[in-house]
Design a protein around this ligand. Sequence first.
Ligand SMILES: C[S@@+](CC[C@H](N)C(=O)[O-])C[C@H]1O[C@@H](n2cnc3c(N)ncnc32)[C@H](O)[C@@H]1O
Length: 199
Amino acid sequence: MDGVWWQQAKKISSIVKTAGPFMFLQELINQPKFTGAICPSSKKLARQMARHIPLDNDGIVIELGGGTGVITQAILEHGISPDKLYVIEFSPTFARHLKARFPSITVINGNAAHLDTLIPHNAKINAVVSSLPLISLPPDICQQILRQWHTLLKGQGLAIQFTYNLRSPLWKTHIKASQFHSEIVWGNIPPAKVMTFKF
Ligand SMILES: C[S@@+](CC[C@H](N)C(=O)[O-])C[C@H]1O[C@@H](n2cnc3c(N)ncnc32)[C@H](O)[C@@H]1O
């Protein structure tokens, strides 16, 4: 009888550990600067990010910082085919979770600062969808990431990024974009600003 209870307790504990919010909290404690948020994005914010991705472009879509997969799910629901979606995730725990949750997309456990070495050489890029915590990342990593966007997206594709800074985050001063658009999404904790850039 004890054995049955022990098995049930182990099963419940494993479900709780792999549930999105719990996993997020664990990663926030382990890697606060890289996790950069108190909880996963809301579905509303995820949809507002995904809706900017053009559907008439045959390039790949790169998601940076997939976390538990809220935005990944919204990108697929928006109509991006799984074989076109690449997710770059720094945390091995989140990357493992994303691979199990979305077996038909490409999940790469790596650092977005080295994006050019992680995606197929000379890939045509439709969009980069980023929820990286650019505000809290070490400044050198943040600048490397923004340099990658300028190089890889010049003349093609767009970058979509959200921030909790509803004014103008410091990292934005390092972006030289030819087109820029922004909107605030109140249905998120905390409210966020979605920004799109064309280079
Ligand atoms: C604010 S969370 C967003 C998670 C999820 N997309 C969401 O919206 O709920 C930031 C995510 O970026 C990942 N991350 C942080 N720095 C990274 C880097 N340099 N390269 C790749 N992923 C990174 C973190 O591990 C975390 O999953």
